[in-house]
Design a protein around this ligand. Structure first.
Ligand SMILES: NC(=O)c1ccc[n+]([C@@H]2O[C@H](COP(=O)([O-])OP(=O)(O)OC[C@H]3O[C@@H](n4cnc5c(N)ncnc54)[C@H](OP(=O)(O)O)[C@@H]3O)[C@@H](O)[C@H]2O)c1
Length: 393
């Protein structure tokens, strides 16, 4: 059997460690050629001992010395800083690059992976929110696949395509004319029953306590504000070549149905499974194979109900801002992402209250000056300008 070589960016995070569980279980088909962390060198050391990469990256400049010592001890190559993530690609020569970093930091490495000719298994959704046009266009030109790890888009890719998922994932847009709409499901986060007044007072600890998923801190906050779902609407638009007005969101607190596709004849296809990121990661890494795994299957008889409700965009305006920025086009989604990155960091640092997050985003979008989004320099400039605004609000 051919072993696929995987470069895993963000190996010390929630998606990164779950990806290594999949690689460990399917070691006949998957191997690790490179790993990266922002700054958790202790965990990276244990991963190096187990998976024997040829190279690693440590992105936090203050952890460079620890990175050097780790690389020297194990006789492997090292790159440093966020710029060093893309350098890993040429050194490791991967078949697949798993992008499991957070925020816009994943955009350049994703473009570099595509340029190199590797398939991309994409968890880092902010990559498509900020640079979706560039990424999908580059992937089409190079003939590489963008395999979604986000559970909703992974589910859609399976429902969208029925017999031939490979076709949709490589020629996004061409097979979607029979699709009336995509329905992305959302757990609703920990605050779906709170009033606007109550939302003003929620704490960081409450926001980090997600009801169904254990994830990194930023996406957990994005889930609590519903910005995560807004990002997924934009992500779905790029991945499947479908306009955002044909992508709906439904709150489904049980997190059993991971998304649905409605066809022109009114038939809905849904994907159901237990809520475990192992499944979409396995699916992306072993695509197009479906192989047995060690997870307990979903027991339908044990479920009392599957419920659905409309999201409330007045209490959770971030979702509305995501739709709005997608309609604005240009670099508006770059500004949306930058505003959110800054606001979430400030909330996590306990500098601002929870409901200041949507206010910062609103103000940033109002002040945004459009730039063309068809080149990386404009995207970086829009990102820089939006961050300046946000820090000042
Ligand atoms: N977790 C989920 O279930 C889930 C589901 C769907 C999509 N996603 C998406 O997947 C991405 C990763 O999420 P996560 O929950 O795994 O996040 P996480 O637990 O915070 O892990 C992020 C990883 O990226 C590294 N990293 C963070 N900032 C970086 C930077 N500026 N430059 C280079 N490396 C950096 C981190 O290193 P350190 O460990 O040193 O901080 C860590 O290895 C996000 O975009 C998220 O929206 C996550």
């Amino acid at each position: 059997m051919i072993t696929k070589k995987i470069l895993l960016l963000g190996s010390t995070g929630s998606i990164g460690t779950r990806t290594l569980d999949v690689v460990r279980d399917f070691s006949e088909s998957l191997s690790i050629c490179g790993l990266s962390t922002f700054g958790r060198c202790d965990l990276l050391t244990r991963q190096v001992e187990e998976f024997h990469p040829v190279a690693i990256n440590v992105s936090d400049p203050s952890k460079a010395a620890e990175g050097r010592s780790l690389a020297d001890t194990y006789g492997i190559k090292l790159t440093l800083g966020e710029e060093g993530l893309a350098e890993l690609i040429g050194i490791c020569e991967p078949d697949i690059v798993v992008v499991a970093t957070v925020g816009i930091a994943g955009l350049i490495p994703t473009l570099s992976a595509i340029e190199y000719g590797a398939d991309v298994a994409l968890a880092n959704k902010e990559v498509l929110v900020t640079g979706g046009h560039l990424v999908m266009e580059a992937a089409r030109k190079q003939g590489v696949r963008i395999l979604p790890i986000d559970s909703e888009h992974n589910a859609v890719s399976r429902c969208m395509t029925g017999a031939d998922s490979a076709k949709v994932l490589t020629t996004a847009g061409q097979d979607t004319f029979k699709v009336r709409r995509i329905i992305l499901t959302a757990s609703g986060g920990p605050f779906r029953h709170l009033s606007r007044e109550e939302l003003e007072h929620v704490t960081v600890d409450q926001a980090l306590n997600h009801p169904t998923w254990r994830m990194g801190p930023k996406i957990t906050i994005d889930s609590a504000t519903l910005m995560n779902k807004g990002f997924e609407v934009i992500e779905g638009h790029h991945l499947f070549g479908i306009p955002t007005y044909k992508i709906d969101v439904l709150i489904h607190p049980q997190s059993i149905i991971h998304s649905l596709v409605e066809y022109v004849d009114g038939v809905l296809l849904a994907q159901l499974s237990i809520a475990d990121m192992y499944l979409p990661i396995q699916n992306a890494l072993l695509f197009p194979e479906r192989l047995p795994n060690r997870l307990a299957p979903l027991n339908l008889a044990s479920l009392s109900a599957l419920t659905f409700e409309q999201p409330d965009m007045e209490r959770f305006p971030c979702l509305a801002y995501a739709y709005e920025s997608a309609r604005m086009g240009g670099t508006a989604t770059v500004a949306l992402n930058a505003a959110n990155e800054v606001a979430v960091r400030r909330f996590l640092n306990r500098e601002i209250p929870f409901m200041r997050i949507p206010r910062i985003i609103r103000e940033t979008l109002d002040r945004h000056e459009q730039l063309p989004s068809d080149n990386i320099e404009a995207i970086q400039e829009a990102d820089r300008r939006a961050r300046e605004v946000d820090e000042a609000i």
